[in-house]
Each structure stands twice: as structure tokens, then as C-alpha cells.
Design a protein around this ligand. Structure first.
Ligand SMILES: [Fe+2]
Length: 376
């Protein structure tokens, strides 16, 4: 048996290389976990680019996704002020390095792009960026290429290696899984929202006088939401709460719901049950429990004179206050059997008049601003 002697120097070099490999593998696993810990499509894309940059020790990372409808590759890049320019650039399949990778479904290392005929030189020109070297791998979901992950300009003037390539391909697999999960989740959310919409429409079909009310309330609340510093989850909740705010009317008898004359006090007492009934209905759905309060309190008033509980001011959840303003504006600007609609201007004046007493001042202010900007 021949034993090969390793010099202490070589041994140290090997050990260092091994340590580096372990370190990068552990970084890969860490990045994979970060990638897969979100289901938001935008967030997955952002994290994928960050991961590509870190793992490849590159100056920038980029992700290009194939647009299904026209087979164009479009940049999804976090490059600060360059982001807009890059987003406007779309590559055809086969065009540029990324286009080649997408078309062939194979990875590529290009250590001298200026000499590579496949390199899309226009890109550097448009972004004031100089590509020294790059590595690109296909992102495949169930064997189908959905995009390309790239890392550009290895730091410290080094070149990309085969070791980099196998590591980068593993990252691309994780990105593919995360993107697909986010897509499925998004589809599920859309389906959920559409189900909620059809449920709301079912009630509207019973009440001929409020046609399109739910849609308009949703549209108004969405127009003001950006001015109210809500969290992303509150924003999502608001959309569903606006759609489902009157769901409780499903339990109100036709004789009252469809009555064309003004309601008498007893009938009005029955109508006043709809917020509670609505909250009870949606509490059955675990994912909707968070918005039950918005539905329950959308007829409360800041001065405590609303219903069902006579809650005051800050006791009323913000989502309920927003629905209340959108609801009031729509009620005033649409014809009802017992009264005519008033003009938009008059309705805005009325909202201002009720600001702070019936309606929340901040929400009314946001609504008025949106109206003035022509968003309502
Ligand atoms: Fe209502």
C-alpha cells in the first residue's frame, strides 16, 4: 500500500478549503430556511436576490422571471435606484446570458462577458454598471424553467468556479420551491377572497336597493388605506372586512330587508342585529376571526351612540372605523327607495360635519384627501 504524504502546508490549505466549504454549506442551509419562511411572493423574490448575492460573494444578485403570456424574461432586482431601469428591461428567450440559460435550462459561468457573444451589453450601458463576471443558473419548478438566478461580479476580483456553480444550483432549487409555495398560497388567498365576494353578492341579490354597495365600500376603503399607516395584515383584513361587513344581513327577513318604505323603530331594531350576526357567521372560519370585530363594530360611532354595543372612540377597531366611513359615503351617494342620493360634494361635507362625533377624524381626513385626488 502506498501512502501519500501530505505536507503540513498542504494540510493547512486542504483544511482551510474544507472549512470554507462547510461554512458555505451552512450558509446555504441558512439562506434556504430564510427563503422558505415566507409565503409572500414579493418577499421570496427579494430574499432570493439577497441570498444569491451573499452565497456567491457577489456585488449584486438578480432574479429574472419568465412571463407566461409572452415568454419574456423580466428582472426582479433590488438594486436601489437602478431597480426601475432594470425592471423596464425584458429579454427574449435566448437573448443575453440569462436568456441563454432560460432557453437551454443549463447553468453558465461567464468570467469574461465582454468577449462572450451571448452577453447583452446594452444592460451595462442602461444601468451604468460594468459586469466583470457572472454566474447564472436556471430556476426550475417541476422540470420547467420559470426563471434565472444570477450573481454578478465576484468580490475581491476573483472568478466564479465550478464549486460556486453547484452551490448556486442548490440555492436555485430552494428558490424554485419557495416561489412555487408562494404562488400556491397566493392562489389560495385569491380563491378565499373570491369566495367571500360571492358570499357578499348572494346577500346583495336579496336586497335590490343596494346593488354594488359591497364593491363600492371595498373600493373606497382600499382608496384610503394607504394613508392610514396600517400593518400589511390589517390591510389584508380590511379588504375582507369591507367585502363581508354586511354578511349578517343574510339572517334578516325579506319583509324588512326588502322594505321600500322607511323602517319603523321595531324593524330598525331587527336591522341592528346584522353586525352581531355577521361576526357570529365569520367567527366559524378560523382565518376570519381577526376581522370579526371589524364586522361587529362597523355601525359604532365615536360618540358612543352607535350599535350594537355603544362603543366609543378608541374602543372601536380601526378597520371598523374605515368601513363605517366608506359605508356612510356610499349610503349618502346612492338612491334608496325612501330617499334620493345627495351629490358627492354634499356627502363629503357631511362626512366632515360628522368627523370626530360619529366618524373617526383621521379616517375622514384620509377619505377627503383620496376624494380630492380623484381616487374616489
Ligand atoms: Fe351594515
Amino acid at each position: 500500500m502506498v501512502s501519500r504524504k501530505i505536507s503540513p502546508k498542504q494540510w493547512r490549505v486542504d483544511l482551510k478549503r474544507m472549512e470554507e466549504r462547510v461554512e458555505r454549506l451552512s450558509l446555504l442551509s441558512q439562506l434556504g430556511q430564510i427563503l422558505n419562511s415566507t409565503l409572500e411572493h414579493y418577499e421570496v423574490r427579494r430574499r432570493a436576490i439577497e441570498a444569491a448575492t451573499r452565497l456567491m460573494k457577489a456585488e449584486v444578485g438578480s432574479l429574472l422571471l419568465i412571463e407566461e403570456e409572452n415568454h419574456l424574461l423580466r428582472f426582479e432586482v433590488a438594486l436601489g435606484d437602478k431597480e426601475k431601469t432594470l425592471k423596464a428591461i425584458a429579454l427574449n428567450m435566448g437573448e443575453g446570458i440569462a436568456g441563454w440559460v432560460a432557453q437551454h435550462g443549463e447553468p453558465l459561468i461567464v468570467n469574461d462577458p465582454q468577449k462572450d457573444p451571448r452577453f447583452f451589453k446594452e444592460m451595462d450601458g442602461r444601468t451604468d454598471f460594468r459586469t466583470q463576471n457572472l454566474i447564472a443558473v436556471p430556476v426550475k419548478v417541476k422540470e420547467k424553467v420559470v426563471g434565472v438566478l444570477e450573481a454578478i461580479n465576484k468580490q475581491d476580483g476573483e472568478e466564479f468556479t465550478q464549486d460556486d456553480l453547484s452551490l448556486f444550483a442548490s440555492l436555485a432549487n430552494q428558490v424554485a420551491i419557495a416561489l412555487d409555495n408562494a404562488r400556491l398560497y397566493q392562489e389560495l388567498e385569491e380563491m378565499f377572497f373570491q369566495t367571500a365576494e360571492s358570499l357578499a353578492e348572494a346577500i346583495e341579490k336579496r336586497d335590490p336597493y343596494t346593488g354594488g354597495h359591497t364593491q363600492r365600500v371595498t373600493q373606497y376603503s382600499q382608496a384610503i388605506v394607504g394613508r392610514l399607516h396600517l400593518t400589511p395584515s390589517e390591510m389584508k383584513g380590511l379588504k375582507i372586512a369591507s367585502v363581508l361587513h354586511d354578511i349578517g344581513k343574510i339572517g334578516i327577513e325579506d319583509r324588512i330587508l326588502k322594505k321600500s318604505e322607511k323602517l319603523n323603530p321595531e324593524e330598525f331594531e331587527v336591522i341592528k342585529r346584522h353586525p352581531n350576526m355577521g361576526a357570529e357567521i365569520i367567527e366559524h372560519v378560523r382565518q376570519l376571526r381577526g376581522i370579526a370585530a371589524a364586522v361587529k363594530f362597523h355601525h359604532e360611532q365615536m360618540n358612543g351612540l352607535g350599535y350594537p354595543d355603544g362603543k366609543k372612540g378608541e374602543e372601536i377597531p380601526i378597520l371598523a372605523k374605515i368601513v363605517a366611513v366608506a359605508d356612510a359615503y356610499d349610503a349618502m351617494t346612492t338612491d334608496r327607495p325612501y330617499r334620493r342620493a345627495i351629490s358627492k360634494e354634499a356627502a363629503i361635507e357631511e362626512l366632515k360635519r360628522c368627523s370626530g362625533t360619529q366618524l373617526d377624524g383621521e379616517v375622514v381626513e384620509a377619505f377627503v384627501k383620496a376624494y380630492e385626488k380623484g381616487e374616489i
